[in-house]
Design a protein around this ligand. Structure first.
Ligand code: FAD
Length: 556
């Protein structure tokens, strides 16, 4: 009978233990965690803070409403879970772990045949003066979520500053907005979501977030927190902001010190090095979840991707291998989906800037369109950017944002990429269709068609950042082919090289356009812009581009 000890009782640790139990009825399985709360849905915490999830206990429960306590694990799974036990050292020679009882300070030695390290990650706490003041939180543990919700619910928070415009930061901005809090997000980089979106995509999301009433201060750095006992002011390098609450969300680093002290190999990313069976450099010690580094499926490089989706998959692989299975973990694509107010934002694989950095010969295309037929009641717009390797045709990455089911499109790309598929494979997938769900040609496939049109020179696109540089350039014409009524309602921008010529008049009035100028055609989503470019090319215009994503994706 093997003795398995697991350190960490949230996602990866308890998944590994539970999977092992399903395959090995006899193993003696013990899981320790320094915290009091075990097996909770950390990803649901922002929705608990927002009030969407009423009771925090829902995050600790099974779908049938049973709370996952140590007693539950003991009785249902025959797994001993010991909260409040901090692992302080791993003795690989003796095959034991030193564990300290957090409440009493008592030390115990726990033996193992196989050990699993699932210690997660720790939020980064930069050394900003005043960071120890009350009401400055890191949003990481259930206790943080409960404390923030309590303050918001009792009306104790009028103004909040969130530091960091990443996933957790933006989810928390939305959560506090639900309590009518005046929210400011301060981001040091020039954009939010800078780790996973290209600049023009991030800019479009920023425009939406600002219009929805959240103040975004990008390229701005917090330098000090001020206050007596609790924080009352945040000082940045540009201004001072009055606050009642601060949430630090500036990233996380792997909890790998325990492994490092035990002499296990640690990678460049700071995560524990594991093989594809998730064994560390000691074959009797497995590791998974946020404390390890992963292989990126596209680049083959090691990356730190602290995601619950990955941690759970790791747990399953480890559990199977502990039971003498032969399971491997293929790697990650850095897939992300996040709800930002009424928009959804997602990404998979490489961004354009990453594709460039890694030296790919790539083509990128952005399309905007409806998630389902325009006539269907709740149809809404979204934008998809796709990046493809020109040499192999393989999909390298995609980003999408807007209303509707963005995750479905991201998952179409993720599936294609996991199979090593090309853009041709992707556009051939026999996707489901009925008006309540999507269009006959899904927007993900439209993005693939756009790439194929570009590769065959039928479409020359220009992204908003490049187009913006050409505003007021007298050698360029911005050709808006929408109807006069649409143009009255919304304009792309004010500039002196704009020409309004509806698509249905373009053929008859083509003589009014100068063939020697560069023409950038567009409409609301640039579908009519693409039609216009075809008409103009047919009339002998040689320098015609389509503004990718049209007005919908214009971030200015
Ligand atoms: C606010 C928020 C929202 C998120 N949303 C998403 C999302 O939408 N999608 C997604 O995929 N991911 C999301 N994540 C990330 C996800 O929660 C983590 O990737 C996941 O919890 C990692 O699981 P893990 O088991 O590796 O580590 P953890 O869940 O961090 O668990 C590690 C456990 O190990 C314990 N531990 C550490 N060191 C020791 C020690 N020395 N001794 C004993 N115990 C120890 C810790 O107390 C902790 O309980 C979110 C995270 C946060 C904070």
């Amino acid at each position: 009978m093997q003795k398995v000890l697991v350190i960490g009782a949230v996602a990866a640790g308890l998944k590994a233990a539970s999977k092992l139990r399903r395959s090995d009825a006899a193993a003696e399985i013990t899981v320790i965690d320094k915290g009091q709360y075990i097996s909770y849905g950390a990803c649901g915490m922002p929705y608990f803070v927002a009030g969407d999830v009423d009771d925090y206990k829902a995050l600790l429960s099974t779908p049938t409403g049973v709370e996952r306590t140590p007693a539950y694990f003991e009785s249902v799974k025959n797994i001993k879970v010991l909260p409040g036990k901090l692992a302080t050292a791993i003795n690989r020679k003796e095959k034991s772990v030193t564990a300290q009882d957090v409440a009493s300070g008592d030390i115990a030695t726990m033996n193992y045949d196989k050990l699993v390290i699932a210690t997660g990650a720790t939020p980064v706490k930069p050394p900003i003066p005043g960071i120890e003041l009350g009401n400055v939180f890191s949003m990481w543990h259930l206790e943080d979520a409960m404390a923030i919700r309590k303050l918001a619910e009792r009306g104790k928070v009028e103004k909040a500053v969130i530091i960091g415009g990443g996933l957790v930061g933006m989810e928390m901005a939305e959560a506090l907005k639900m309590w009518d809090v005046d929210v400011t997000v301060v981001e040091m980089q020039s954009h939010i979501f800078t780790a996973f979106l290209d600049d023009e995509v991030a800019s479009a999301v920023e425009k939406y977030v600002r219009e929805a009433g959240i103040t975004l201060l990008t390229a701005e750095k917090v330098v000090e927190f001020q206050g007596m006992e609790t924080v009352s002011q945040v000082r940045t390098d540009k201004r001072t902001i009055s606050v009642d609450l601060v949430i630090m969300a500036v990233g996380a680093k792997p909890n790998a010190q325990l492994a490092k002290d035990a002499g296990l190999e640690i990678g460049q990313t700071g995560g524990i090095v594991v093989n594809d069976r998730l064994q560390t450099s000691d074959p009797d010690i497995y590791a998974g979840g946020d404390c390890v580094e992963n292989v990126h499926i596209i680049t083959g490089q090691k990356v730190f991707t602290p995601m619950g989706s990955v941690a759970n998959k790791h747990g399953r692989v480890i559990g199977e291998n502990l039971a003498d299975g032969c399971s491997t973990f293929r790697g990650v694509l850095g897939t992300v989906i996040v709800k930002v107010l009424d928009w959804n934002v997602g990404k998979v694989g490489l961004t354009e800037k990453e594709a460039k950095k890694h030296g790919y010969n790539y083509v990128a295309a952005t399309v905007a369109g409806y998630d389902k037929p325009h006539y269907y009641p709740d149809s809404t717009l979204m934008s998809v950017k796709l990046i493809v390797d020109i040499d192999t045709g393989k999909v390298l990455g995609a980003q999408a944002y807007g209303g509707g089911d963005v995750s479905k499109r991201i998952d179409i790309f993720a599936t294609t990429m996991t199979m090593g598929g090309t853009v041709h494979d992707m556009v051939d997938i026999d996707l489901s269709y009925a008006p309540p769900f999507n269009n006959p040609i899904d927007i993900a496939v439209m993005a693939g068609h756009s790439i194929l049109n570009k590769l065959s020179d039928r479409l020359i696109g220009i992204n908003p950042i490049e187009a913006f540089k050409k505003l007021n350039d007298q050698n360029v014409v911005f050709l808006d082919v929408r109807s006069p009524k649409e143009c009255e309602q919304v304009k792309l921008t004010e500039c002196n090289n704009m020409c309004y010529l509806p698509l249905d008049q373009l053929r008859s009035k083509v003589g009014e356009l100068n063939k020697n100028k560069e023409i950038i055609a567009f409409c609301k989503i640039s579908l009519r812009g693409y039609e216009a470019s075809g008409i103009l090319k047919g009339c002998g215009f040689e320098n015609v581009k389509v503004l990718e994503g049209g007005i919908y994706a214009w971030p200015y």
